[in-house]
Design a protein around this ligand. Structure first.
Ligand SMILES: [Zn+2]
Length: 403
Protein backbone atom coordinates (compact mmCIF):
# COMPACT_ATOMS: atom_id res chain seq x y z
CA UNK A 1 0.00 0.00 0.00
CA UNK A 2 2.73 2.63 0.69
CA UNK A 3 3.86 2.47 -2.94
CA UNK A 4 0.25 2.75 -3.94
CA UNK A 5 -0.20 5.71 -1.60
CA UNK A 6 2.67 7.46 -3.27
CA UNK A 7 2.14 6.56 -6.94
CA UNK A 8 -1.64 6.67 -7.01
CA UNK A 9 -2.32 9.37 -4.45
CA UNK A 10 0.87 11.42 -4.16
CA UNK A 11 1.13 10.77 -0.41
CA UNK A 12 4.62 10.67 1.08
CA UNK A 13 5.82 10.46 4.68
CA UNK A 14 2.62 8.75 5.84
CA UNK A 15 1.82 5.13 6.33
CA UNK A 16 -1.45 3.32 6.28
CA UNK A 17 -2.80 2.24 9.66
CA UNK A 18 -6.16 0.80 8.77
CA UNK A 19 -8.42 0.68 5.77
CA UNK A 20 -12.16 0.10 5.72
CA UNK A 21 -14.09 -0.26 2.57
CA UNK A 22 -17.75 -0.23 1.67
CA UNK A 23 -19.29 -0.21 -1.79
CA UNK A 24 -18.60 3.42 -2.62
CA UNK A 25 -16.32 4.54 0.16
CA UNK A 26 -12.76 3.66 1.11
CA UNK A 27 -11.47 5.09 4.35
CA UNK A 28 -7.74 4.95 4.98
CA UNK A 29 -6.29 6.02 8.33
CA UNK A 30 -2.84 7.52 7.95
CA UNK A 31 -0.03 7.97 10.43
CA UNK A 32 2.91 10.24 9.91
CA UNK A 33 6.25 8.39 9.86
CA UNK A 34 8.31 11.19 11.30
CA UNK A 35 7.68 14.69 12.55
CA UNK A 36 9.95 17.65 12.15
CA UNK A 37 9.97 21.40 12.56
CA UNK A 38 8.43 22.96 9.39
CA UNK A 39 11.09 25.72 9.45
CA UNK A 40 14.45 24.23 10.47
CA UNK A 41 13.52 20.56 9.78
CA UNK A 42 14.81 19.51 13.22
CA UNK A 43 13.34 16.21 14.38
CA UNK A 44 13.59 17.07 18.07
CA UNK A 45 10.02 18.27 18.43
CA UNK A 46 7.16 17.87 20.88
CA UNK A 47 3.74 17.15 19.49
CA UNK A 48 0.32 18.23 20.66
CA UNK A 49 -2.70 16.61 19.06
CA UNK A 50 -5.01 19.18 17.48
CA UNK A 51 -7.81 17.32 15.75
CA UNK A 52 -8.60 14.69 13.20
CA UNK A 53 -8.95 15.62 9.56
CA UNK A 54 -10.65 13.93 6.67
CA UNK A 55 -9.51 14.75 3.13
CA UNK A 56 -10.57 13.30 -0.17
CA UNK A 57 -8.16 11.55 -2.50
CA UNK A 58 -8.39 10.32 -6.07
CA UNK A 59 -10.96 7.62 -6.82
CA UNK A 60 -9.52 4.12 -6.93
CA UNK A 61 -11.08 1.70 -9.34
CA UNK A 62 -14.80 1.74 -8.86
CA UNK A 63 -14.57 3.45 -5.49
CA UNK A 64 -15.23 7.11 -6.01
CA UNK A 65 -14.99 8.30 -2.43
CA UNK A 66 -11.52 7.75 -1.07
CA UNK A 67 -11.03 9.37 2.32
CA UNK A 68 -7.76 9.87 4.16
CA UNK A 69 -8.07 10.37 7.89
CA UNK A 70 -5.14 11.69 9.87
CA UNK A 71 -4.44 13.54 13.09
CA UNK A 72 -3.18 17.07 12.77
CA UNK A 73 -0.51 18.15 15.28
CA UNK A 74 0.91 21.27 16.72
CA UNK A 75 4.70 21.00 16.55
CA UNK A 76 6.98 22.60 19.13
CA UNK A 77 10.58 22.93 17.95
CA UNK A 78 13.28 22.83 20.60
CA UNK A 79 15.66 24.81 18.44
CA UNK A 80 13.34 27.55 17.13
CA UNK A 81 11.32 27.57 20.36
CA UNK A 82 8.24 28.06 18.29
CA UNK A 83 4.94 26.30 17.87
CA UNK A 84 3.51 25.77 14.42
CA UNK A 85 0.90 23.59 12.81
CA UNK A 86 2.48 20.70 10.93
CA UNK A 87 2.55 20.89 7.14
CA UNK A 88 0.66 18.28 5.14
CA UNK A 89 2.63 17.79 1.93
CA UNK A 90 -0.21 16.27 -0.08
CA UNK A 91 -2.44 19.32 0.39
CA UNK A 92 -2.07 22.51 -1.63
CA UNK A 93 -2.96 24.66 1.38
CA UNK A 94 -3.58 23.89 5.07
CA UNK A 95 -7.37 24.14 4.83
CA UNK A 96 -7.72 22.04 1.68
CA UNK A 97 -10.31 19.30 1.92
CA UNK A 98 -9.05 17.36 -1.07
CA UNK A 99 -5.57 16.16 -2.02
CA UNK A 100 -3.33 17.87 -4.57
CA UNK A 101 -3.73 14.88 -6.91
CA UNK A 102 -7.53 15.17 -6.90
CA UNK A 103 -7.25 18.94 -7.30
CA UNK A 104 -5.10 18.48 -10.38
CA UNK A 105 -7.52 16.00 -11.84
CA UNK A 106 -10.45 18.36 -11.25
CA UNK A 107 -8.57 21.24 -12.89
CA UNK A 108 -7.57 19.14 -15.86
CA UNK A 109 -11.12 17.95 -16.46
CA UNK A 110 -12.63 21.36 -15.74
CA UNK A 111 -11.45 22.53 -19.16
CA UNK A 112 -13.83 20.02 -20.71
CA UNK A 113 -16.59 19.43 -18.17
CA UNK A 114 -19.05 21.65 -16.34
CA UNK A 115 -18.76 22.26 -12.60
CA UNK A 116 -21.95 20.37 -11.91
CA UNK A 117 -20.93 17.32 -13.94
CA UNK A 118 -17.54 17.22 -12.24
CA UNK A 119 -19.07 17.55 -8.80
CA UNK A 120 -21.49 14.73 -9.55
CA UNK A 121 -18.81 12.48 -10.91
CA UNK A 122 -16.44 12.85 -7.95
CA UNK A 123 -19.17 13.18 -5.31
CA UNK A 124 -17.96 16.66 -4.43
CA UNK A 125 -19.92 19.81 -3.73
CA UNK A 126 -20.20 22.30 -6.62
CA UNK A 127 -18.80 24.89 -4.24
CA UNK A 128 -15.67 22.77 -3.68
CA UNK A 129 -15.04 22.36 -7.41
CA UNK A 130 -15.54 26.07 -8.00
CA UNK A 131 -13.22 27.03 -5.15
CA UNK A 132 -10.47 24.81 -6.58
CA UNK A 133 -10.84 26.52 -9.92
CA UNK A 134 -10.92 29.98 -8.35
CA UNK A 135 -7.74 29.31 -6.44
CA UNK A 136 -6.01 28.16 -9.61
CA UNK A 137 -7.22 31.19 -11.59
CA UNK A 138 -6.18 33.58 -8.80
CA UNK A 139 -2.66 32.19 -8.98
CA UNK A 140 -2.56 32.26 -12.77
CA UNK A 141 -3.64 35.88 -13.03
CA UNK A 142 -2.01 37.29 -9.89
CA UNK A 143 0.63 38.87 -12.08
CA UNK A 144 0.16 39.76 -15.72
CA UNK A 145 3.11 40.51 -17.94
CA UNK A 146 2.46 43.91 -19.49
CA UNK A 147 6.04 44.65 -20.58
CA UNK A 148 5.07 44.41 -24.28
CA UNK A 149 1.75 46.24 -23.99
CA UNK A 150 1.51 49.31 -26.23
CA UNK A 151 -2.19 49.75 -26.86
CA UNK A 152 -5.04 49.10 -24.46
CA UNK A 153 -8.81 49.34 -24.62
CA UNK A 154 -10.93 50.42 -21.64
CA UNK A 155 -14.54 49.39 -21.63
CA UNK A 156 -17.55 49.21 -19.35
CA UNK A 157 -19.65 46.07 -19.54
CA UNK A 158 -23.18 45.85 -18.26
CA UNK A 159 -23.54 42.57 -16.40
CA UNK A 160 -26.49 42.96 -14.07
CA UNK A 161 -29.88 44.57 -14.01
CA UNK A 162 -30.63 48.27 -13.93
CA UNK A 163 -28.23 51.14 -14.22
CA UNK A 164 -26.59 51.00 -10.78
CA UNK A 165 -22.80 51.20 -10.78
CA UNK A 166 -22.60 47.67 -9.37
CA UNK A 167 -24.26 46.38 -12.53
CA UNK A 168 -21.06 47.15 -14.47
CA UNK A 169 -17.53 45.89 -14.76
CA UNK A 170 -14.68 47.95 -16.18
CA UNK A 171 -12.31 45.94 -18.32
CA UNK A 172 -8.85 46.89 -19.54
CA UNK A 173 -7.43 44.79 -22.36
CA UNK A 174 -4.30 44.61 -24.44
CA UNK A 175 -5.59 45.49 -27.91
CA UNK A 176 -2.89 43.52 -29.68
CA UNK A 177 -2.85 40.22 -27.82
CA UNK A 178 -6.43 40.45 -26.55
CA UNK A 179 -5.27 39.57 -23.01
CA UNK A 180 -7.30 40.97 -20.13
CA UNK A 181 -5.15 43.21 -17.95
CA UNK A 182 -7.65 44.42 -15.40
CA UNK A 183 -11.25 43.84 -14.34
CA UNK A 184 -12.65 46.44 -11.93
CA UNK A 185 -15.95 46.40 -10.04
CA UNK A 186 -18.46 48.99 -11.24
CA UNK A 187 -17.64 51.91 -13.52
CA UNK A 188 -15.75 55.16 -13.24
CA UNK A 189 -12.14 55.90 -12.36
CA UNK A 190 -12.37 54.30 -8.91
CA UNK A 191 -12.47 50.96 -10.76
CA UNK A 192 -9.02 51.61 -12.21
CA UNK A 193 -7.33 51.05 -8.88
CA UNK A 194 -4.40 48.75 -9.48
CA UNK A 195 -4.11 49.59 -13.19
CA UNK A 196 -1.25 52.00 -12.55
CA UNK A 197 0.99 49.36 -11.01
CA UNK A 198 -0.08 46.74 -13.55
CA UNK A 199 0.91 49.01 -16.44
CA UNK A 200 4.02 50.51 -14.86
CA UNK A 201 6.31 48.27 -16.92
CA UNK A 202 4.33 48.72 -20.16
CA UNK A 203 5.21 50.80 -23.21
CA UNK A 204 1.77 52.33 -23.31
CA UNK A 205 1.19 54.57 -26.33
CA UNK A 206 -2.49 54.27 -27.08
CA UNK A 207 -5.57 54.06 -24.90
CA UNK A 208 -8.81 53.35 -26.75
CA UNK A 209 -12.02 53.95 -24.83
CA UNK A 210 -15.54 55.23 -24.99
CA UNK A 211 -16.12 58.90 -24.62
CA UNK A 212 -16.68 58.94 -20.86
CA UNK A 213 -14.62 61.84 -19.67
CA UNK A 214 -13.50 60.24 -16.44
CA UNK A 215 -11.22 57.64 -18.01
CA UNK A 216 -9.58 60.00 -20.48
CA UNK A 217 -8.72 62.48 -17.71
CA UNK A 218 -7.31 59.69 -15.54
CA UNK A 219 -5.11 58.28 -18.30
CA UNK A 220 -3.99 61.73 -19.44
CA UNK A 221 -2.85 62.40 -15.89
CA UNK A 222 -1.08 59.08 -15.25
CA UNK A 223 0.19 58.29 -18.75
CA UNK A 224 0.80 61.72 -20.27
CA UNK A 225 2.69 60.25 -23.22
CA UNK A 226 -0.17 57.96 -24.25
CA UNK A 227 -2.65 59.13 -26.87
CA UNK A 228 -6.33 58.77 -26.08
CA UNK A 229 -8.30 57.27 -28.97
CA UNK A 230 -12.08 57.25 -29.13
CA UNK A 231 -12.83 54.51 -31.58
CA UNK A 232 -15.72 54.13 -33.97
CA UNK A 233 -17.40 51.40 -32.07
CA UNK A 234 -17.95 53.78 -29.17
CA UNK A 235 -18.78 56.85 -31.25
CA UNK A 236 -21.55 54.97 -33.06
CA UNK A 237 -22.70 53.31 -29.84
CA UNK A 238 -23.12 56.68 -28.16
CA UNK A 239 -24.99 57.99 -31.19
CA UNK A 240 -27.34 55.00 -31.03
CA UNK A 241 -28.02 55.79 -27.38
CA UNK A 242 -28.89 59.37 -28.31
CA UNK A 243 -31.16 58.14 -31.10
CA UNK A 244 -32.99 55.89 -28.69
CA UNK A 245 -33.38 58.86 -26.39
CA UNK A 246 -35.03 60.89 -29.17
CA UNK A 247 -37.35 57.97 -29.88
CA UNK A 248 -38.42 57.74 -26.25
CA UNK A 249 -38.99 61.49 -26.04
CA UNK A 250 -41.03 61.53 -29.23
CA UNK A 251 -43.08 58.59 -27.96
CA UNK A 252 -43.94 60.47 -24.80
CA UNK A 253 -45.87 62.99 -26.87
CA UNK A 254 -47.98 60.48 -28.82
CA UNK A 255 -51.38 58.94 -28.14
CA UNK A 256 -51.50 55.25 -27.28
CA UNK A 257 -52.18 54.03 -30.85
CA UNK A 258 -49.24 55.96 -32.28
CA UNK A 259 -47.08 54.85 -29.37
CA UNK A 260 -47.78 51.22 -30.14
CA UNK A 261 -46.99 51.79 -33.80
CA UNK A 262 -43.67 53.40 -32.99
CA UNK A 263 -42.71 50.94 -30.28
CA UNK A 264 -43.00 48.04 -32.66
CA UNK A 265 -40.63 49.80 -35.01
CA UNK A 266 -37.86 50.40 -32.52
CA UNK A 267 -35.65 47.84 -34.18
CA UNK A 268 -35.78 49.69 -37.48
CA UNK A 269 -34.50 52.87 -35.93
CA UNK A 270 -31.63 51.18 -34.20
CA UNK A 271 -30.61 49.14 -37.20
CA UNK A 272 -27.98 50.21 -39.66
CA UNK A 273 -29.39 51.27 -43.00
CA UNK A 274 -27.87 48.38 -44.96
CA UNK A 275 -29.37 45.86 -42.53
CA UNK A 276 -32.96 47.04 -42.96
CA UNK A 277 -35.11 44.93 -45.31
CA UNK A 278 -36.51 46.69 -48.39
CA UNK A 279 -40.16 46.70 -47.23
CA UNK A 280 -39.17 48.14 -43.85
CA UNK A 281 -37.29 50.93 -45.58
CA UNK A 282 -40.61 52.31 -46.90
CA UNK A 283 -42.06 52.29 -43.39
CA UNK A 284 -38.98 54.11 -42.21
CA UNK A 285 -39.33 56.76 -44.93
CA UNK A 286 -42.97 57.38 -43.91
CA UNK A 287 -42.08 57.53 -40.26
CA UNK A 288 -39.34 60.03 -40.91
CA UNK A 289 -41.93 62.20 -42.65
CA UNK A 290 -44.26 62.05 -39.65
CA UNK A 291 -41.69 62.26 -36.88
CA UNK A 292 -39.29 64.91 -38.10
CA UNK A 293 -36.93 64.78 -35.11
CA UNK A 294 -36.58 61.02 -35.27
CA UNK A 295 -35.98 61.22 -38.97
CA UNK A 296 -33.24 63.80 -38.48
CA UNK A 297 -31.61 61.80 -35.72
CA UNK A 298 -31.63 58.63 -37.83
CA UNK A 299 -30.20 60.42 -40.84
CA UNK A 300 -27.38 61.97 -38.83
CA UNK A 301 -26.57 58.66 -37.20
CA UNK A 302 -26.17 57.10 -40.64
CA UNK A 303 -24.05 60.07 -41.74
CA UNK A 304 -21.81 59.55 -38.73
CA UNK A 305 -21.36 55.91 -39.57
CA UNK A 306 -20.51 56.80 -43.13
CA UNK A 307 -17.77 59.18 -41.98
CA UNK A 308 -16.30 56.45 -39.80
CA UNK A 309 -16.37 54.02 -42.66
CA UNK A 310 -15.35 56.17 -45.58
CA UNK A 311 -12.81 58.72 -44.33
CA UNK A 312 -9.34 57.80 -45.57
CA UNK A 313 -7.19 59.80 -43.21
CA UNK A 314 -7.23 62.11 -40.20
CA UNK A 315 -7.54 65.22 -42.37
CA UNK A 316 -10.65 63.99 -44.18
CA UNK A 317 -12.19 62.72 -40.97
CA UNK A 318 -11.56 66.02 -39.23
CA UNK A 319 -13.27 67.99 -42.01
CA UNK A 320 -16.20 65.61 -42.18
CA UNK A 321 -16.81 65.65 -38.43
CA UNK A 322 -16.70 69.45 -38.40
CA UNK A 323 -19.28 69.58 -41.17
CA UNK A 324 -21.42 67.00 -39.42
CA UNK A 325 -21.37 69.04 -36.20
CA UNK A 326 -22.20 72.26 -38.05
CA UNK A 327 -25.23 70.70 -39.78
CA UNK A 328 -26.40 69.06 -36.57
CA UNK A 329 -26.22 72.36 -34.72
CA UNK A 330 -28.71 73.78 -37.20
CA UNK A 331 -31.35 71.18 -36.29
CA UNK A 332 -33.79 71.53 -33.41
CA UNK A 333 -33.01 68.16 -31.82
CA UNK A 334 -31.39 68.65 -28.40
CA UNK A 335 -29.92 65.11 -28.25
CA UNK A 336 -28.14 65.68 -31.56
CA UNK A 337 -26.74 68.98 -30.34
CA UNK A 338 -25.35 67.29 -27.23
CA UNK A 339 -23.79 64.67 -29.49
CA UNK A 340 -22.20 67.40 -31.61
CA UNK A 341 -20.76 69.02 -28.50
CA UNK A 342 -19.33 65.69 -27.34
CA UNK A 343 -17.75 65.16 -30.75
CA UNK A 344 -16.25 68.65 -30.83
CA UNK A 345 -14.87 68.23 -27.30
CA UNK A 346 -13.34 64.85 -28.13
CA UNK A 347 -12.46 65.42 -31.76
CA UNK A 348 -8.75 65.09 -31.15
CA UNK A 349 -9.25 61.61 -29.68
CA UNK A 350 -11.78 60.57 -32.33
CA UNK A 351 -9.54 61.62 -35.22
CA UNK A 352 -6.54 59.89 -33.59
CA UNK A 353 -8.17 56.71 -34.77
CA UNK A 354 -6.87 57.50 -38.26
CA UNK A 355 -3.53 58.87 -37.07
CA UNK A 356 -2.74 55.67 -35.21
CA UNK A 357 -3.32 53.25 -38.03
CA UNK A 358 -6.90 52.37 -37.17
CA UNK A 359 -6.11 51.03 -33.72
CA UNK A 360 -9.48 50.41 -32.28
CA UNK A 361 -11.60 48.40 -29.98
CA UNK A 362 -12.91 46.63 -33.07
CA UNK A 363 -12.42 43.29 -31.41
CA UNK A 364 -14.06 44.66 -28.28
CA UNK A 365 -17.52 44.09 -29.65
CA UNK A 366 -16.77 40.41 -30.15
CA UNK A 367 -15.20 40.22 -26.71
CA UNK A 368 -18.22 41.93 -25.15
CA UNK A 369 -20.44 39.29 -26.71
CA UNK A 370 -18.22 36.62 -25.17
CA UNK A 371 -18.63 38.28 -21.78
CA UNK A 372 -22.40 38.32 -22.16
CA UNK A 373 -22.24 34.63 -22.96
CA UNK A 374 -20.03 34.10 -19.89
CA UNK A 375 -22.35 36.12 -17.65
CA UNK A 376 -25.27 33.93 -18.65
CA UNK A 377 -23.23 30.82 -17.85
CA UNK A 378 -21.75 32.06 -14.60
CA UNK A 379 -24.61 34.10 -13.26
CA UNK A 380 -26.19 31.09 -11.62
CA UNK A 381 -23.33 31.16 -9.14
CA UNK A 382 -23.87 34.82 -8.19
CA UNK A 383 -20.19 35.07 -7.51
CA UNK A 384 -18.65 38.27 -8.81
CA UNK A 385 -15.09 37.20 -8.02
CA UNK A 386 -15.55 34.03 -10.04
CA UNK A 387 -17.01 36.01 -12.94
CA UNK A 388 -14.03 38.36 -12.88
CA UNK A 389 -11.52 35.51 -12.82
CA UNK A 390 -13.29 33.84 -15.73
CA UNK A 391 -13.09 37.11 -17.67
CA UNK A 392 -9.30 37.05 -17.28
CA UNK A 393 -9.38 33.52 -18.64
CA UNK A 394 -11.91 34.32 -21.37
CA UNK A 395 -9.45 34.90 -24.24
CA UNK A 396 -8.42 31.24 -23.79
CA UNK A 397 -11.90 29.77 -23.47
CA UNK A 398 -13.78 28.19 -26.31
CA UNK A 399 -17.27 29.66 -26.05
CA UNK A 400 -18.92 26.74 -27.80
CA UNK A 401 -18.59 24.69 -24.65
CA UNK A 402 -20.81 24.93 -21.63
CA UNK A 403 -19.24 26.01 -18.36
ZN1 LIG B 1 12.80 24.60 14.19
Amino acid sequence: MPACLYYAQGILDFQEETATCSEERLEIRLRRKKHQCPKCKLKDVTLTILYERDVRGLPMGRIREVHFIYTLHLVYCHRCHKRSIEEIPFLSHPKARISIMLERMVLELREQISIRALANHYHLRCHTVKEIEKRDLRQKFATIDTSKVQAIGVDEIHIGHGQAKQAYLTIVRDLESGAVIHVGNGKGISTLEGVLSKLSASKLQIVAMDMANAYSTWFAEHFPKAQIVFDHFHVVKLMNDRLDHVRQRVMGRLDSVQQKQLKGLRFIFLKNNEDIPENAKNILRNLRGIFQELGDAYMFKEALRTICRVAQNAYQANLAFHRWCKLVEETLVPELKTMAKTIRDRLDGIVSYWTFGHVSNARTEGFNNKIRWLTRQVYGFRDIEYLKLKIYQLPQINCEKSL
